[in-house]
Design a protein around this ligand. Structure first.
Ligand SMILES: NC(=O)c1ccc[n+]([C@@H]2O[C@H](COP(=O)([O-])OP(=O)(O)OC[C@H]3O[C@@H](n4cnc5c(N)ncnc54)[C@H](OP(=O)(O)O)[C@@H]3O)[C@@H](O)[C@H]2O)c1
Length: 209
């Protein structure tokens, strides 16, 4: 199958990419990025500007999309800029993919995604889930991790502190509060893309421990 992966340079996305390139069930990975990726015979990674995605590129037609795009409020610098990356870009990928016949979309969302939330981050994630559900994919999977662990190039103080606390408390915590390793999330994303079960499905954080 042919996989369209957005966010391939990120923590979870790079795990998805490694797994997909090694997986015999995947014949081709298209990974639009803003910075070049290492070459691989199964990989086509066009350089794109997510504000001006090419509407008619042939690579929109795939068997499934996996989206691991996202930023932080600190990196984005404003609520508007955060929303653009965490809501608008994933939708800007969904729409042409759907128009070109791609039937399946798998989203790396977040555990408290809720379009009615008082909290901006959770609300943006929930609005994205809601708006993706309206796109008409025959299979939509929302993978909702809690705190993600894995080797990150950029230092994120808040996440490091939370990771330290959650790791110390470890087994005392309910499964839904525990840290989710990036590779577990990547595996769940990839398996959902390959299985492409009809309907809307949620993978909770306690299933990613
Ligand atoms: N951190 C957590 O604990 C946590 C918990 C729950 C859910 N999540 C969500 O999980 C998802 C994946 O997280 P992650 O930690 O793997 O993210 P990450 O490492 O920060 O990777 C984010 C990806 O989005 C791309 N991106 C960011 N800003 C962009 C922009 N302006 N234009 C184009 N591409 C852009 C990055 O590309 P570049 O490499 O070019 O920057 C990268 O490929 C995100 O949606 C995040 O909100 C995170």
């Amino acid at each position: 199958m042919k996989l369209l992966l957005v966010g391939a340079s990120g923590l979870v996305g790079s795990h998805v990419l490694q797994r997909a390139l090694a997986d015999e069930r995947i014949s081709e990975v298209v990974a639009p990025v803003r910075r070049a990726l290492a070459e691989h015979p199964k990989l086509f990674a066009p350089l794109v500007d997510f504000d001006q995605l090419p509407a008619d590129a042939p690579w929109w037609q795939a068997d499934a999309v996996i989206c691991t795009l996202g930023t932080t409020m600190k990196l984005a610098g404003s609520r508007e800029a955060f929303r653009r990356v965490d809501h608008d870009y994933p939708l800007a990928v969904a729409k042409p993919a759907r128009q070109h016949g791609t039937p399946t979309y798998v989203l790396n969302s977040a555990t408290r995604a809720d379009a009615a939330s008082r909290f901006f981050y959770n609300r943006v994630k929930g609005e994205l889930e809601r708006d993706l559900a309206a796109c008409g994919f025959s299979s939509l999977t929302l993978v909702r991790p809690g705190l993600i662990s894995g080797p990150r190039q950029a230092f994120r103080l808040g996440e490091r502190v939370a990771e330290g606390i959650l790791k110390t408390l470890g087994p005392l915590l309910p499964r839904s509060w525990r840290i989710n390793p990036a590779d577990n999330i990547a595996q769940a994303l990839l398996e959902a893309a390959i299985a492409a079960q009809p309907g809307v499905h949620v993978v909770r954080s306690d299933m990613l421990v």
